[in-house]
Ligand binder design. Structure first.
Ligand code: NAP
Length: 251
């Protein structure tokens, strides 16, 4: 059977996989949640928007004759990853996750780990500091509980509505980022604390190198727990898996 992949995207790894698939003339579709206004252009057909939970995804897999699913979503996209495991099990389609290793602390890093976003919000219950809040757009409103801080927000799209932070600056930009720019940004805004998700990978690591260079503390949000699944870390490993996978593999 000719493979027909569904790639759950939203990461640089997903884009790299699609590029490699296109070069090899492989069939597949990349799926985006639709969170950003202009997703990175892909060399494969794309679809946008939720599937409608586990039932919707398993129906999609059957209707579209998907032979393999690659979950290349962000390490914090826990709901989509859980749905993928359940839907692939239901539809009998092999699944592999293309993931990145988490970042780990270097000797000069000043990290405090918190288990989740709520932990990061709690950690900001303190006198005013100047925070680089590098967590994307979705959970920003939770931090409005601490209006005493200045917040530097880096977002892929400018927000549609005003944010409820009395003192903030929005930097509209998308990764990959580099250390020189992040150092300059932190200096320009006199940042004294970073809040980061432990996303892993290279594209967003620059802020942690810059924090190390400036001796700044980092509140590091641990990854959500993922379901048991078959995990791969390289695009090439995914392509090898596709060429060997049978319906017994994966979940
Ligand atoms: P999530 O909480 O795990 O997913 C919530 C719902 O969004 C899912 O149940 C699904 O809806 C839909 N969805 C998520 N990813 C999808 C995809 N690739 N294709 C189609 N539907 C998708 O995910 P999230 O944290 O909101 O992240 C959304 C997307 O942004 C992900 O694709 C992720 O790769 C990307 N992203 C997330 C982060 C982050 O920090 N969370 C950072 C960078 C990029 P249905 O149940 O209706 O199918």
């Amino acid at each position: 059977m000719v493979p027909n992949l569904l790639v759950l995207g939203g990461t640089t790894e997903a884009t790299a996989l699609c590029r490699e698939m296109a070069q090899r003339g492989m069939n597949g579709t990349i799926s985006f949640a639709g969170r950003v206004a202009r997703p990175v252009r892909q060399p494969l057909p794309q679809r946008v928007g939720g599937f409608g939970g586990v039932t919707g995804l398993s129906a999609y897999l059957r209707t579209e004759n998907i032979t393999h699913v690659v979950d290349a979503t962000h390490p914090f996209a826990a709901q989509m990853s859980q749905n993928a495991v359940a839907a692939c099990a239901e539809a009998g389609v092999p699944l592999a996750a293309l993931t990145r290793a988490p970042w780990s602390q270097e000797p000069d890093d000043l990290w405090t780990s918190v288990p989740d976003i709520a932990g990061a919000v709690a950690a900001l219950d303190r006198p005013a500091v100047r925070v680089m809040l590098a967590i994307g757009r979705m959970h920003l409103s939770l931090f409005a509980r601490h209006p005493q801080h200045f917040y530097l927000l880096r977002l892929v799209d400018a927000p549609d509505a005003a944010l409820s932070f009395p003192d903030h600056h929005i930097e509209v930009d998308r990764g990959p980022f580099n250390m020189e720019n992040d150092l300059a940004l932190m200096r320009a805004h006199r940042i004294s604390l970073i809040v980061s998700k432990n996303a892993g990978g290279s594209g967003a690591y620059a802020k942690l190198r810059a924090a190390r260079a400036l001796n700044l503390p980092v509140i590091m949000i641990d990854r959500p727990k993922m379901p048991d699944r078959y995990e791969l870390h390289e695009v090439r490993a995914v392509l090898d898996w596709v060429s060997h996978a049978t319906t017994d593999l994966g979940v």
